[in-house]
Design a protein around this ligand. Sequence first.
Ligand SMILES: [Zn+2]
Ligand SMILES: [Zn+2]
Length: 210
Amino acid sequence: MLKILQISVTAYAQNCRLIYNDETNEGCVVDPGGKAQIIADYAKEHNICIKSILLTHGHLDHIGGVSELIKLTCANVYGPCIEDKSLIDNIKEQSSLLGLNDAESFEFESVYDGQKIKVFDDFEVEVLKTPGHTPGGVCYLCRKYNFILTGDTLFKGSIGRTDFPGGNYNALMDSIQNKLLNLDDEITVLSGHGESSTIGFERLHNPFFN
Ligand SMILES: [Zn+2]
Ligand SMILES: [Zn+2]
């Protein structure tokens, strides 16, 4: 069975997630902004092998724990799109600006729109490129288990900020309306901050589209 453990990381209460299969004990971590040691310890205790790290975009609250987690698990890193490389390369600058942990940059495999990634055993995601919050931001859609990881693109009742460098309001609205809101109503929205939602709920109630 697929399990999703949500862990709040950084002062920004970012929703990092450990997604794993409790029968095969393979898993991945989505947006480890921090608490790498805690995540690695949990995985070890539960015999979970962390195969990969998935990143929705290059902001520090989503990537701050990546370099440490790579060292602890040997996981390979997927995402975001290449346009966010400068954010990842400048991670130390982001750290000092936000006063968060002193993170290191890392190598990652950039992803592209429509790409299908076999993350571990039967867990596959499809990349939806959703620029706007950052230029290279993505969402990861898992059709088999009916959920989408939206990072800071779409939240319950809200949308991502576009006032950071590289942010673009029109691009964000276009991403959400043309890539996310035409997905099936019952797909669960797992966002980078705040509560979970569904595509149907957001289409009806999100004030940015109504
Ligand atoms: Zn962000
Ligand atoms: Zn965030």
